[in-house]
Design a protein around this ligand. Sequence first.
Ligand code: FAD
Length: 464
Amino acid sequence: MQLVWFRQDLRVVDHRALTQARQRARERGEAVAGLFIISREQWRHHHMAAVRERFLLERVNQLGAELARLGIPLHLIEVPWFREIPSALASWVRERGVSELHAHSAIEIDERRRDEAVAAALPIPSHFVPGCCVFAPGEIRTGKGEPFKVFTPFSRAWLGQLASRGFSLLPTPRPIAAPLTWQAWPLPERSEHEQRVLADWPVAEGEAEARLREFVEAEVTAYAERRDFPARQGTSRLSTYLAAGVLSPNQCLAAIQSGLGVLPMEKGAPGFAWLNELIWREFYRHLLYLEPHLSMNQPFQRHTRALAWSHDEKHFTAWCEGRTGYPIVDAAMRCLKQTGWMHNRLRMIVASFLTKDLHISWRRGEDYFMSQLIDGDLAANNGGWQWAAGTGADAAPYFRVFNPTTQGERFDPEGTFIRRWIPELAALPAARLHQPGPLGNYPAPIVDHGAARLRAIAMFKELG
Ligand code: FAD
């Protein structure tokens, strides 16, 4: 039997490991089976949000149904920690007579170590193949073979590869055996919070593809103008699907190509701004793979380890709860808590506020985001936090500090987003909304932005 181990690639379309397993099964006259391993303790250790865990498990149930239609059974096993997986898997493959294991390779350090231990423990060959990016992490390098540390040259090289090699979308698999019945994994009732959050992220077959198609047909060319305004639906809202591998980036490229007739390869071309975000996704994945210290809580720029971060718990709690007295920050943080998702502009604003106004370490923000986000993704989250904090690769320069008031005025000019999440301020006119001061239950700003900004700049200057 050929076994496919599904991890962050919960789809049947454009799945290289599944395709490879099916081919080997044909050659050897064997069956194919799928496996998903639930590692709850490990997930908690990685701060995975409860809603993300729920999303994954519901999606696994749907994947089981899709595989069953192809004649492929999906097995589920529970092993609390990664370190227990190699021996559990070794006994499992022995008992079931598995002859080869196939999976997509991981980029995160814990997952890579887990896979190395699995390969060493299994009595059968294991094949880990790239599958999370258009170009395998580590593949895009400078002319000298060095990793890129700056986005623009990386994106140029990435686009060069796309122009010369194209991308390959694997064909949709056909059934290889009679359909099976799928016994769904029993899950407890959704909590109210899960109900609310998951309503935005349906897992049924074809939902993610339909959202992708609709976005490309109706929105992608307007993305560059609309993407920065959180009150508008100007972005794709595909991140949860991409992070869990329900969609592959190749599927995104194929959708752009079929929707626009051509892939936009240059700045300014219709749809290019969106493609560029997919390239950021690849950039951060390349970095995480090539710089393992990023997975270990370390800043990309090592000298910034010496930054003297604040440990003010009151400030941290006010930030988490959306009670900083800065409306755009508070609205964003309340939205995150209630919906498990936040718009990209807001992620940048609140990350800047935590690190540059409250001087609290990006690590705490990164962990808190992970504990709330339904699209939590180590590479993108770490990349985003280190960008905002000024400690990352190609980060925002340390002296450029977002002003939370003018960011609100600029990107939520009518206050539509703020009013939605801060009912205490809903009746205020737009002119007062961004600097309300203390008002009823709504607090005064917990720090003075001007002074906090100077302190942040000084902290970096002190590094020498
Ligand atoms: P779109 O704007 O439609 O972009 C399409 C896709 O491109 C996204 O779904 C995502 O997969 C990718 N993408 C877009 N922007 C980025 C980016 N800056 N970096 C990497 N990939 C990107 N994204 C996550 O998927 N998971 C995270 O945990 C995460 N944490 C973040 C933390 C911070 C502090 C910041 C500043 C950004 C973070 N991002 C994260 C990136 C980005 O904010 C989200 O991907 C985006 O808001 C998702 O919305 P969308 O699907 O509508 O994106």
